[in-house]
Design a binder for this molecule. Structure first.
Ligand SMILES: O=C(O)CCC(=O)C(=O)O
Ligand SMILES: [Fe+2]
Length: 256
């Protein structure tokens, strides 16, 4: 067991502000060691052994939604998240104050349910990605992403004056396994994000990676390359609309 990272070895910041990515527009935070290797393994195990019907297969990527898909931007299924998605991630997330000012406010203090109520799980084999997009109006504009299994780059894009997408990313964020990335505000509303469908991320450097100084292991990428393995991401958000009807109909939903 020597050298194995368990939760008690994690060095969480005393506030998110300490881990703000300084070169980005408001506001993004990156915590390289948010969960331990043990916790990563346990979550991956749950993801991989979920009932087959939980998975939605897209052409390259597959995904799960917890507790369920949205219908017209509404969460119909008001059941809480399962334990393995709630703990340790949500409790840890809510325990970190945004600033050192003495206020206890956490990243979900201003959201309608004061906590994430929805998790999207995406699995990306090497050479798969997600097209540049915005996350839209269904969610409170705070996105918390846990990365598992592999490092890859998330790209941030701007729209041009004419509304068309500028295909060159304006920034890149390198997400290591077990890291937490939080994006909010302008990064939610003004910019698009996406992941290129490539086998390796290239030209990685202090100049080209916005969160370079917050990485756990920048030395792994000193040749500028990151060979991708399969990466699983957990995207935690607060869905604004939760149906009361969904609650009453709960027993009728044959939830898996
Ligand atoms: O996997 C990720 O990090 C991004 C996922 C994403 O952007 C989304 O599902 O909206
Ligand atoms: Fe997204």
């Amino acid at each position: 067991m020597t050298g194995m990272m368990n939760a008690s070895n994690l060095k969480l910041p005393s506030s998110l502000e300490e881990n703000r990515i300084p070169t980005l527009p408001p506001t993004a935070y990156y915590i390289a060691d948010f969960i331990s290797e043990e916790e990563e393994r346990a979550i991956l195990q749950k993801v991989e052994t979920a009932p087959k019907a939980r998975w939605r297969q897209l052409s390259h990527r597959r995904l799960q939604t917890w507790p369920s898909d949205l219908v017209k931007n509404t969460l119909l299924d008001a059941r809480p998240l399962p334990d393995w998605l709630e703990s340790p991630v949500v409790s840890r997330l809510l325990s970190i104050p945004v600033s050192d000012s003495g206020s206890e406010a956490n990243i979900f203090s201003d959201s309608p349910h004061r906590r994430p109520n929805h998790v999207l799980i995406n699995e990306y084999p090497p050479s798969t990605g997600i097209m540049p997009h915005k996350d839209g109006s269904a969610y409170h504009p705070v996105v918390c992403t846990i990365s598992l299994g592999s490092t890859l780059c998330l790209n941030l894009y701007k729209s041009k004056e004419d509304g068309a997408l500028d295909p060159e990313p304006v920034w890149r964020i390198l997400q290591e396994p077990r890291s937490l990335l939080i994006t909010t505000e302008d990064l939610y509303t003004e910019y698009l994000h996406g992941i290129e469908p490539i086998a390796a991320d290239a030209n990685l450097s202090e100049e080209s990676v916005a969160n370079w100084n917050l990485l756990r292991s920048p030395s792994l990428y000193k040749d500028g390359l990151n060979q991708r393995q399969t990466r699983v991401s957990l995207t935690y958000r607060d869905v604004l609309k939760v149906s009361k009807l969904g609650n009453k109909l709960g027993p009728l939903f044959k939830g898996k």
